[in-house]
Design a protein around this ligand. Structure first.
Ligand code: GRF
Length: 189
């Protein structure tokens, strides 16, 4: 099974997926990194790991349909089975969604449908909820609205800072994401 990981940032989830793929707990290969930020740390990581990468600058394209058409071309060339969004900070448009519908998944740092969108951890912290968490879901045209695949709660303790919560949520992400992808693959979904 060939995965394309889409990331724009640090790539700690990319790391976790690579690690799971290497230790055999995830029976899939990260065959491609797609990144819309040439300066992102994850690009450097992909280079070190030897992950083929399609790195582009959206400003070089007329519009989203144009760069998504190019992405689809690369995904088809690389025979990609699943698109794994891991901190790719853009909504997926119909050009990319249509050919890969049902095969694009995302991870979001909240218990959806609570706190969609940007800075979900900050939103949860400010709301004073006692339970935060992580959701893995299928991607549709909305913002964090697709069908939920898996979730895991993270308790917010009295003395936790925002940074503590961030760390706890990320730790959960790094196990939940590879596990969930493996389940999908083994069920052939
Ligand atoms: C993660 O918290 C993920 O839930 C969100 O973006 C963040 C990406 O972090 N969608 P990283 O680049 O994988 O470290």
């Amino acid at each position: 099974t060939r995965l394309a990981v889409f990331a724009s940032g640090t790539g700690s989830n990319y790391d976790a997926i690579i690690e799971a793929s290497q230790n055999g707990s995830l029976e899939a290969e990260v065959a491609l990194l797609v990144c819309d930020k040439p300066q992102a740390k994850v690009v450097e990581k992909a280079k070190q790991n030897g992950t083929p990468a399609f790195v582009f600058d959206p400003k070089q394209y007329r519009n989203k349909a144009m760069f998504e058409a190019k992405i689809v071309e690369v995904l088809q060339e690389e025979k990609i089975d699943y698109i794994i969004l891991a901190g790719y900070m853009r909504l997926i448009g119909e050009t990319l969604l249509r050919p890969f519908e049902g095969r694009i998944i995302n991870i979001h740092p909240s218990l959806l449908p609570a706190f969609p969108g940007l800075d979900a951890i900050g939103q949860a912290f400010d709301a004073g909820v006692k339970v935060a968490g992580v959701t893995v879901h299928y991607v549709d045209e909305g913002m964090d609205t697709g069908t939920i695949i898996s979730q895991e709660a993270v308790k917010i303790e009295e003395d936790m800072t925002r940074e503590d919560l961030q760390r706890a949520v990320q730790t959960v992400e790094h196990s939940l994401y590879p596990e969930t992808i493996q389940k999908l693959i083994s069920r052939g979904e």
